[in-house]
Design a protein around this ligand. Structure first.
Ligand SMILES: Nc1ncnc2c1ncn2[C@@H]1O[C@H](COP(=O)(O)OP(=O)(O)OP(=O)(O)O)[C@@H](O)[C@H]1O
Length: 555
């Protein structure tokens, strides 16, 4: 209750309406503190500071973990009783039922239950056990289809909605294929656009590999491979997770070798194949020289241009599309809100807070500057708010992410940095304070809510300046089954060049501040008048003093 009182000063929270969430937040104060996010990511070999919290999960008592006699499995997989799919038409019927579309030659059949997967591929028993212990009792559609493709050694390009379990879809086949740790050097490489996402994949991997002491490294400043000592240690690692820039720097220094890499995953592939990352990704591809290299591309959005580009570097890939291509998750209730001018946004957001928000809430703006401005406005409104962007230090970013996960931060203001991949399970509302610059950005931003089958809400503010681009969002909303007013459906689609311009340059917007331009001018004039009056007074006082001084001299 104290937590509510402290954090909630000034904000209204409807406790009877949202009793379930209230319980979650009330319990937050009783939770034992989580390990520091940075040290939790340090592998023991690189734990130079000997931080005891940096220990990675211990292997099971059974040593190599392949023996299922370790910890008792809590329950069974769902649909275990289903007969395996035997014919192409059965497979197609199952795909149709689960909204799975596939394109390519000799596509392996999907599976219907994790039991079927375990039997069909003689899945290592530690994986079976860890699936159950993570409460993954039923596969998601992307897992049903992507896992068999990867386990058959085929290259895959997968487009599946946000929060639909793509991470597990690529991690499990990789772990199975790697069998166990060796000291050959990196055999699997996962590339992500942000460090936060790399850390999150690392955590998921650790959870899934309990019982197999694979050595995994997230390339960060702390694990800087250009340091000779670190580089030597890394030679005995199995899996590498990195952002492109860090890895390319290490490659240029010749401190990391990728010739043993058999699995290369591009998570958020469309982002990584955009200008800005493309050159670095190209260098990484070139460094992965193994003949048996298997590439896998995953994202919630894969525009056709990127798809064409990807095909040129892949071997006989199979494409998977879950639901509609570039579509939003159907469990998200999406709304568009006209706010008139820029200042209407602050009014709208304050009204929302007054009416009672349901934390956690994520707010997206288009620049670091605007993130700071909005933070300075909301921080005085009595809600527990913070801001995350690339100018904050790594330690601050880690602490913010963790505090948001733990319910300590109610409202988090973010730039595009947080738009992709980050799995905040409980986010109830995403607010696009600034209209997104592309349909992909929209899909990923709102995808921070409504994850893993949960319900979520997304509201996008738009001004007169954003109106020409509205239809792109309307199309996504309609496609994912949201109610859209008729007049919006009649809007014209923006032209290709309009969309390109917006992607390259955001709409210029007035500063986020409560005081209007007019009031600010008035205040400035008043301030100038006061200053002038002070100067006049000082001058007069000076003259009087000088006159008095003169009198003294004469005396
Ligand atoms: N089979 C499953 N059953 C239940 N939960 C699952 C299953 N697979 C994954 N999850 C959970 O679903 C959540 C979302 O998964 P994940 O982060 O992999 O989504 P994603 O598809 O990569 O999303 P994004 O496109 O936003 O990156 C995670 O919390 C994960 O633990």
């Amino acid at each position: 209750m104290d937590l509510f009182r402290t954090l909630g000063a000034g904000a209204k929270f409807n406790k009877s309406k949202y009793s379930r969430d209230f319980e979650v937040f009330r319990n937050a104060k009783d939770q034992s503190p989580l390990p520091d996010p940075l040290s939790a990511d340090v592998v023991p070999e690189l734990n130079f500071f000997k931080d005891p919290t940096a220990e990675t999960p211990k292997p099971s008592k059974t040593g190599d973990g392949d023996d299922a006699a370790g910890k008792a499995t809590p329950k069974e997989f769902e649909n275990a009783e289903l007969e395996p799919l035997k014919t192409e038409s059965d497979a197609n019927a199952w795909r149709k039922q689960n909204n799975i579309k596939v394109y390519g030659t000799d596509v392996p059949f999907p599976f219907q239950s994790f039991s079927e997967l375990c039997n069909r591929f003689s899945l290592r028993s530690y994986l079976r056990r860890n699936l159950l212990e993570s409460d993954y009792v039923k596969p998601t559609p992307i897992q049903m289809q992507a896992m068999p493709i990867m386990l058959h050694g085929r290259e895959v390009m997968a487009c599946a909605p946000t929060g639909s379990g793509k991470t597990l879809a690529f991690l499990l086949p990789i772990l199975h294929d790697l069998k166990g740790p060796t000291k050959e050097g990196f055999r699997a490489l996962i590339i992500t656009p942000t460090r936060e996402l790399a850390q999150q994949i690392y955590r998921e991997l650790k959870k899934l590999s309990v019982g197999k002491p694979f050595k995994t490294c997230v390339l960060t400043k702390a694990t800087n491979a250009t340091n000779a000592g670190v580089a030597a240690t890394l030679k005995s690692f199995d899996i590498l997770i990195s952002t492109p820039l860090r890895l390319v720097t290490a490659l240029k220094e010749d401190s990391i070798k990728l010739e043993k890499v058999r699995h290369l995953v591009l998570d958020e592939a469309d982002k990584l194949l955009e200008l800005g990352f493309l050159e670095q990704v190209d260098e990484i591809f070139a460094a992965c020289t193994s003949e048996t290299l298997q590439k896998s591309l995953f994202s919630a959005t894969i525009p056709s241009g990127v798809e064409q580009l990807a095909k040129t570097v892949m071997k006989d890939p199979i494409r998977i599309v879950i639901g509609s291509k570039n579509g939003a998750t159907e469990t998200i209730n999406q709304r568009l809100l006209f706010v008139g001018q820029e200042e209407g946004k602050l009014v709208a957001i304050r009204q929302l807070i007054q009416e009672g928000i349901r934390p956690p809430v994520l707010i997206f703006v288009q620049s670091i500057e605007r993130a700071k401005e909005l933070f300075h406005e909301l921080v005085y409104d009595g809600i527990n708010v913070d801001v995350i962007h690339s100018e904050r230090t790594q330690a601050q970013r880690d602490a913010i992410v963790q505090n948001f996960r733990r319910g300590k931060i109610w409202v988090l203001i973010a730039t595009e940095l947080m738009a992709r991949g980050i799995d905040f399970k409980g986010v109830n509302l995403v607010i696009n304070y600034d209209f997104p610059q592309s349909v992909q950005s929209y899909v990923h931003r709102i995808g921070r809510t409504g994850r893993a089958g949960r319900a979520g809400e997304a509201v996008t503010y738009f001004t007169k300046e954003d109106a020409p681009y509205l239809k792109t969002i309307v199309n996504v909303m309609k496609e994912s089954g949201c109610d859209v007013p008729d007049w919006m459906l009649q809007l014209k689609n923006p032209t290709k060049s309009m969309k390109k311009n917006l992607r390259q340059r955001p709409i210029s917007r007035d500063q986020i501040k409560t005081v209007s331009e007019y009031d600010e001018r008035k205040l400035k004039r008043k301030h100038e008048m006061v200053e002038a009056s002070k100067r006049r007074k000082l001058k007069t006082a000076g003259q009087t003093a000088a006159a008095a001084h003169g009198d003294d001299d004469e005396s």
